[in-house]
Design a protein around this ligand. Structure first.
Ligand code: S3P
Length: 192
């Protein structure tokens, strides 16, 4: 299977769903943020805080380039990954790009809970967080909308929801791919 790239705004569930998909299918999971942080030797927050977001973005692109030639890998991108034109071109040309979305209510709840871990949202809450999300999201719409596919990942709040959403992703997206030759092979790859 060519790489499957999960893209979308912060909090749309790219890492949660990617990890669950990996468990269900046996495909390798890579969290691009973690990979970039490992290569950079600093967290995204540290890089952004010292005013060096660009080095994080560059390292993220480097990590992506290394993955583009691989097979059987599910990549959870960072929210900003598709905004760099060359990243998006690389992903569109080397695999399947799937945009995750979530309901506004759930998205804001997830971001409210974890805003401190996200340098672009640090210090925002309530109405200000909402306005910040709207502003960032509007600026990213053009890039996100280039994805090959779109998938609603609203329901990822507990084990049962993750399980159901994961199975729906396999049905709607992965089984439509040329996954390991054909879709019956995919059924065998899905672990219960
Ligand atoms: C970013 C999103 C983050 C991380 C960095 C920048 C963004 O990833 O890459 O903080 O620009 O949207 P997540 O979408 O995984 O939170």
């Amino acid at each position: 299977m060519l790489p499957v790239y999960l893209i979308g705004f912060m909090g749309t569930g790219k890492s949660t769903l990617g990890r669950a998909l990996s468990l269900h299918t046996g495909y390798r999971f890579v969290d691009l943020d973690t990979e970039a942080e490992r290569l950079l030797g600093a967290t995204a927050s540290e890089a952004f805080l010292r005013g060096d977001a660009e080095s994080f973005r560059r390292t993220e692109s480097r990590a992506l380039e290394a993955l583009a030639g691989e097979t059987d890998v599910i990549v959870a991108c960072g929210g900003g990954t598709p905004c760099r034109e060359s990243n998006m071109e690389l992903m569109l040309g080397s695999g399947t790009v799937v945009r995750l979305t979530a309901s506004r209510e759930r998205l804001l709840r997830r971001l409210e809970e974890a805003a401190g871990q996200r340098p672009l949202l640090a210090g925002y809450s309530g109405a200000q967080l909402e306005a910040r999300v709207d502003e960032l999201m509007a600026g990213r719409e053009a890039a996100y909308s280039r994805a090959h596919r779109i998938f609603d990942a609203t329901y990822l709040e507990n084990e049962a929801e993750i399980e159901a959403t994961c199975r729906r992703f396999i049905e709607e997206i992965l089984s439509k791919q040329n996954v390991r030759g054909n879709s019956s092979d995919l059924s065998a790859a899905i672990k219960n």
